[in-house]
Design a protein. Structure first.
Length: 428
């Protein structure tokens, strides 16, 4: 089994001690480069000029050549000076059941008691954790991750200025891993951070993170947007499978435990995402980090401030892990070469009421049992479906609860359309 894990970032439970260790750094000096020791030259020695030139080596690059680097330096220092005062360190205390030893990204095994037995009560253990957040408006609202403040009984907000205040939870949304806190005091002169348009983010653009990794407050790291449109599994659904965060931004800007809830900026100093997780085999950053896109942040945070909750559009179906491909279509004699199989329909859910069907009958193709008699979703509205992520992304970015969507499906070799009125995702 692969040991890759998707790690939620703020699991910074213990303080660290920074020792005086410098590893892997070579300090180059003229002597280290083999420059001869200086000595008094003989009179009228023709090498005098060369010795004097060697004692004052010419710059490696000219001013014209370093202009681009200087501009990059200025951009980063200006962004840091203007934006970092609004990035806070969040320290929480609380109590939760003992789940030590279980990875955060894997579902726990079913430990349901036998009929008649009483389940054992797990002891509630105290914990301390740390994360990041940022000021979103002039009313004292702070955005962070839900998993930073989940189960917290005490929340402290530390501003870069040194001011420490108490925070309270306004609203949380586990399905997008976002939370909004409120503080009664903001240091003078600190301005809210502007949200950018994550739909305009392009792979290769600069990505800049500011946060508090390992409790090293107000740390800046730089990378690029490595990918767009990732789907990150988040919460286990009651009927099996997982609910996912859609349209996630992938970055190689270093983010580590303690960075969770902090902003990811573009070069203009706009927040394009909220750092939430990393893909890692070691538990620390290995070059793959994920941020919730700012367009999701904008609508979820607005709802959390107004009502304390956010309703996610919901179809009430699960999809088979493997999509239709040319090989699958040939083996099953399908008239299409794309789409996703419906593996389960929630009883009484929106898709069930619209008449969508799933089947348990499987046909083996290359050792995989495909639900060949299930409906195959080909399109949602005008968007072609090649993977289940296409549907998840469309629901998250282009729909709302109560909206009608049209599913184009393949059933018994024939295409047909079904109209579905989206419900609200259950809060199980």
């Amino acid at each position: 089994m692969s040991r890759r894990t998707l790690v939620l970032l703020p699991l910074l439970m213990l303080p660290i001690i920074v020792g005086g260790i410098v590893a892997g750094i070579a300090f180059l000096t003229p002597l280290a480069l083999g420059t001869p020791a200086l000595r008094a030259p003989a009179a009228n020695n023709p090498l005098d000029a060369l010795v004097r030139d060697a004692s004052q080596p010419a710059p490696t690059l000219t001013l014209d050549q370093t202009a681009a680097f200087d501009a990059e330096d200025q951009l980063l220092t200006t962004l840091y000076e203007q934006r970092s005062p609004a990035v806070v360190a969040i320290r929480v205390q609380g109590r939760h059941p003992d789940i030590s030893g279980l990875p955060f990204n894997l579902p726990q095994p079913d430990q349901s008691p036998a009929p008649g037995d009483q389940p054992p009560e797990l002891p509630e253990l105290p914990f301390e954790a740390a994360g990041s957040g940022f000021l979103i408006d002039d009313q004292g609202h702070i955005v962070t991750n839900n998993h930073v403040v989940e189960d917290a009984t005490l929340i402290e907000i530390a501003w870069p200025s040194g001011l420490v205040v108490e925070g309270r939870v306004v609203g949380t949304d586990p399905d997008s891993d976002l939370a909004v806190l409120k503080v009664e005091r903001v240091p003078e002169g600190v301005r809210p951070l502007p949200l950018g348009d994550s739909a305009q983010v392009r792979v290769g653009q600069r990505a800049i993170a500011i946060g508090n990794p390992f409790s090293l407050n107000t740390t800046l790291t730089v990378g690029v947007v490595s990918a767009r449109g990732r789907t990150v599994a988040n919460r286990e659904a009651a009927g099996g499978g997982f609910y996912s965060i859609a349209d996630v931004i992938q970055t190689d800007a270093a983010i580590n435990p303690g960075n969770s809830g902090g902003p990811l900026f573009n070069s203009r100093g706009e927040v394009i995402g909220v750092n939430t997780a990393i893909r890692s085999e070691s538990g620390v950053f290995e070059g793959v980090g994920f941020a919730i896109p700012s367009n999701t942040v904008r609508k979820v945070v607005k709802a959390l401030i107004e009502t304390g909750r956010y309703e996610h559009p919901y179809l009430g179906i699960s999809f088979f892990s493997y999509p239709v491909t040319a090989i699958v279509a040939r083996e099953l004699k399908l008239p299409v070469d794309h789409g996703v199989f419906v593996s389960d329909v929630v009883d009484g859910g929106p898709a069930d009421r619209a008449g969508l069907r799933a089947s348990n009958k499987a046909i083996l193709i290359n050792g995989i049992g495909y639900p060949a008699e299930s409906d195959i979703v080909l399109k949602i509205d005008d968007r072609e479906v090649y993977r289940s992520d296409d549907i998840i992304d469309y629901l998250a970015t282009s729909t709302e609860v109560g909206q009608k969507v049209t599913l184009t499906i393949l059933r018994d070799g024939q295409q047909q359309t079904l109209e579905v009125t989206l419900g609200a995702r259950p809060r199980n």
